[in-house]
Design a protein around this ligand. Structure first.
Ligand SMILES: NC(=O)c1ccc[n+]([C@@H]2O[C@H](COP(=O)([O-])OP(=O)(O)OC[C@H]3O[C@@H](n4cnc5c(N)ncnc54)[C@H](OP(=O)(O)O)[C@@H]3O)[C@@H](O)[C@H]2O)c1
Length: 129
């Protein structure tokens, strides 16, 4: 389903989802909780960072506390509805890419190629990313 965010409110149109990937502001993050079904996962790349991220970075106890506080509200809201919140910080991961390549080779994922550029036209391709 395609939703035009300039004229539709996704929160009113969608419901019962297993996963939401958020890349928007805190208001959209909060609204995203409403379209998940119990047990669902809200994953955000635009924050707030969560304690697991702080742990993975090996932050000192003070910064860990700050991170915990930053995400406290959304984690609390999620927990009270039986949902899960996590922050995702993207990084290059060869094993993950291998798994994704396997899904593509097996036909489970079908990449849609819009346009092919020769290597020499790489600068023209970058703005389309
Ligand atoms: N955690 C990580 O590893 C990681 C990695 C990369 C980026 N980020 C973060 O992710 C966020 C997004 O980055 P980006 O590079 O995608 O930003 P971007 O290039 O500015 O793109 C934002 C997109 O969101 C759309 N949008 C704006 N308002 C919306 C709304 N209310 N509902 C739905 N869509 C809306 C925009 O649509 P229009 O084209 O119509 O304006 C645009 O396509 C940033 O906060 C960035 O810091 C995190």
């Amino acid at each position: 389903m395609v939703i035009d965010y300039t004229s539709q409110d996704f929160e009113k149109v969608l419901s019962g989802y297993d996963v939401v990937l958020n890349s928007q502001d805190p208001k959209t993050l909060a609204k995203s909780l409403n379209v998940l079904k119990p047990g669902g996962h809200l994953v955000s790349i635009s924050g707030p960072p969560d304690p697991a991220f702080a742990e993975a970075l090996g932050l000192n106890p003070l910064l860990k506390l700050v991170v915990r506080l930053l995400s406290r509200s959304v984690r609390k809201k999620a927990r009270s509805r039986g949902l899960h919140y996590s922050f995702l910080f993207m990084h290059a991961d060869g094993r993950q890419l291998e798994q994704i390549a396997g899904l593509i080779d097996g036909g489970a994922l079908r990449p849609v190629v819009d346009k092919i550029f020769p290597f020499t036209q790489t600068p023209e391709a970058i703005p389309l990313l």
